[in-house]
Design a protein around this ligand. Structure first.
Ligand code: SF4
Length: 370
């Protein structure tokens, strides 16, 4: 079995009460059976508080109740978890104990990512010099789980390494690297569509071709519309997207080009930050193609996330005259919460992006602007 994770995972420490957000807000956390049994033996006082804080959701599973303001009923005013503070970390339910670690298991391979919905995970990713992976092999040589096509997984391993190498060519502009990525994923998708999994590793990247005059701003407007129409976790997210859409649509061509030039000069780290984010998204989502054969849609999701977050940062910088890491992290975290963690939203975008003609990513990414 191979175990793999980004190197910066080891540096993660939860910020606890110093967190600028909290993972104890808005999410209905399903409590596992082991934790429920544990909670029945909680110390007096906490046992009653736990009983009051647990409630069935619409599907009959037991969750932590959310207060009207969206915070977990067990979150203290200091931003601490009552269970952890009064009883110990070992009594957290499986979800709370794992977050922000998300582990994918394929039988022969186990990978762990830190979700950037957590501000501290986002900061570690943003500040990493590059997106380096580390792995260990226990020598067990286990086969993939039933239902995981071994040839497809092997092909995804080879093609994801190639995709990460493409993104790692940092002397090239980010938009060009993303265009390469999408062209590469489109080629790979052809093999997946025909079940030619064994030939995936032979995918060659030809220089991407784009027909028609694309516009990065046009793509950003379409992405802002599409994301604002998804089911929101927090209403502030679609409200922000709609407001930014109007601001972007209100810029004339020269105003848009000038804003980009000035933003990129004022925030020169934007490209390195988004490169790391793109690598993280590739790492976290590429292999999930084993579940549904949708590879191109996932690559387009990476490109779409970069275009969307670039414009949200640009417009925020334009409004405030500055963009500190805290605001950049807050935007990354919001995107992750609203898209990565909302399974329906994630698959709606990935499936929607599969429609190449509608989205026209390549002409937009290859457009020569500003
Ligand atoms: S969001 Fe991250 S840093 Fe904040 S409380 Fe949760 S795990 Fe800790």
């Amino acid at each position: 079995m191979v175990y793999r994770q980004p190197e910066y995972n080891r540096a993660f420490r939860c910020l606890g009460g110093a967190c600028p957000d909290t993972c104890c807000r808005d999410w209905e956390i399903v409590v596992d059976e082991g934790a429920l049994a544990d909670y029945r033996a909680a110390p007096a006082g906490l046992r009653e508080a736990l009983a009051d804080a647990l409630a069935p959701d619409g599907e009959g599973e037991v969750c932590f109740r959310l207060r009207p303001d969206g915070f977990c009923a067990l979150l203290t005013p200091e931003g601490l978890c009552t269970i952890q503070r009064d009883w110990g970390e070992e009594h957290l339910c499986a979800h709370c104990a794992a977050y922000p670690r998300f582990t994918e298991e394929y039988g022969c391979l186990t990978e762990t990512a830190l979700a950037v919905s957590c501000p501290q995970a986002a900061r570690l990713l943003m500040e990493a010099a590059d997106f380096a992976l580390e792995e260990q092999d226990d020598g067990g040589n286990q086969p993939p789980f039933d239902g995981v096509e071994a040839e497809l997984l092997a092909g995804l391993e080879a093609t994801r390494a190639r995709a990460l190498a493409l993104l790692g060519e940092r002397e090239e502009p980010l938009w060009r690297r993303l265009a390469w990525l999408l062209a590469f994923a489109d080629r790979c998708q052809d093999y997946v569509d025909f079940g030619l999994y064994g030939q995936l590793a032979r995918c060659l990247l030809e220089p991407p071709q784009a027909e028609g005059a694309g516009s990065l701003r046009g793509l950003a407007l379409a992405l802002l519309d599409a994301c604002a129409a998804l089911e929101p976790l927090r209403p502030a997210w679609p409200a922000l997207l709609r407001r930014r859409r109007e601001e972007l649509a209100g810029l004339d061509g020269e105003g848009y080009r000038r804003a980009r030039r000035e933003f990129e000069a004022a925030c020169p780290d934007w490209e390195g930050h988004l490169t790391n984010l793109a690598c993280y998204l590739i790492f976290r989502h590429w292999h999930k193609t084993v579940n549904d054969d949708v590879l191109y849609g996932r690559a387009a999701l990476v490109g779409g996330a970069c275009v969307l977050l670039y414009h949200l940062c640009l417009l925020e910088w334009r409004e405030r005259g500055a963009l500190g890491p805290e605001r950049e992290i807050a935007l990354w975290s919001a995107f992750s919460r609203e898209v990565e963690h909302m399974e329906e939203n994630l698959s709606a975008l990935a499936q929607g992006f599969y429609d190449l003609e509608k989205w026209e990513f390549l002409p937009a990414l290859m457009a020569r602007e500003p």
